[in-house]
Design a protein around this ligand. Structure first.
Ligand code: RIB
Ligand code: CA
Length: 313
């Protein structure tokens, strides 16, 4: 049995797509299912994009499910300004031929958790936490069987990317994030504090493009499109590669530095909605509830990513 048995919950999104490719290229990981959620683009696109990525990886066997089409209690906010109108702009991939599963993504999460031995399945959310929170609300006892949650979201020192205070995944559905962080399942957070150190610099980008397979040049095309927004906004010589940090953490956790702290989610203030209030300095008596990453070995991360992508078709 693979070291990691995971469910990827995702809103592809070019960076989500690279994360999915990294997982499918890694024998240490058994992707039990991919559940799509509305986020970067609407659900109809995220579920389609997830299937396109599986077929790019030569893995039409991966069950892809559509989950929630909107946040728990708010209107959906999308990010076409970053990811393009399809969510996977940068290269045209063929329409998927693999089927979308009939089972709702939330039902799939709970079925897999119920059927697997307790403590053996890791949830890997890469988008808004709507599916994850809905699963917990529907059946908290089954949800508690999850081994861990390793997610991309939030920020502390890096503050916000969709507002001055909030990171996109948490901002879109702050109530869902609040519920997930209160779930009691061990959580590891890969926030902007580390993803903004995982920059696709020109040499790293060129290395993807030079891979002698289909996946490498596609990743280079995605990141060429995706990076224009962040490079202009932050003035860096590359864009942050957010979601693959989740999969890289599973594969090589020592690439990351984490701190076990309390993280609360702001849900009331319109000004700071979705802010991850991370007690990095331990100034409150709030109980720690998450391992929050603060640093990453960026060269090590990209070496891992490049090596694994080279294994794909
Ligand atoms: O803020 C970055 C996150 O929002 C990433 O997961 C990206 O794909 C978007 O969902
Ligand atoms: Ca995402």
């Amino acid at each position: 049995m693979a070291e990691h048995r995971i469910i990827i919950d995702t809103d592809p999104g070019q960076d989500d797509a690279v994360a999915i490719l990294l997982a499918l290229a890694s024998p240490e990981i058994d992707v039990l299912a991919i559940t799509a959620v509305a986020g970067n683009v609407p659900l109809a696109l995220t579920q389609t994009n997830a299937r396109k990525v599986c077929e790019l990886a030569g893995r039409p066997d991966i069950p892809v499910h559509a989950g929630c089409a909107a946040p728990l209690s708010r209107s959906l906010v999308t990010a076409e300004h970053v990811h393009g109108k399809t969510g996977l702009d940068g290269v045209e991939l063929p329409a998927p031929t693999m089927p979308l599963q009939d089972e709702h993504g939330v039902d799939a999460i709970l079925r897999i958790l119920a059927d697997a031995p307790a403590g053996t399945v890791t949830l890997c959310p890469l988008g808004p936490l709507t599916n994850i929170a809905t699963a917990r609300a529907r059946d908290p006892e089954t949800f508690a069987r999850a081994k861990a949650i390793v997610l991309m979201g939030g920020a502390y020192f890096e503050v916000g990317n969709i507002t001055p205070a909030a990171e996109f995944n948490i901002y879109v559905d702050p109530e869902a994030a609040r519920d997930v962080f209160a779930s009691g399942v061990p959580i590891t957070v890969l926030p902007l504090d580390v993803t903004h150190k995982a920059l696709i610099t020109p040499p790293r980008h060129e290395a993807f493009g030079a891979l002698p397979n289909r996946a490498g040049p596609v990743v280079a095309s995605w990141t060429s499109f995706f990076e224009r927004f962040d490079k202009e906004k932050y003035g860096n010589d590359g864009a942050p590669l957010h979601d693959p940090c989740v999969i890289a953490y599973l594969l090589e956790p020592t690439l990351f530095t984490t701190r076990h702290i309390n993280v609360e989610i702001e849900v009331d203030s319109p000004l700071t909605r979705g802010m991850t209030v991370a007690d990095w300095w331990g100034v409150t008596d709030r109980a720690p509830n998450a391992d929050f990453a603060g640093d990453v070995d960026a060269d090590g991360f990209f070496n891992l990513l490049h090596t694994r992508l080279a294994r794909l078709p």
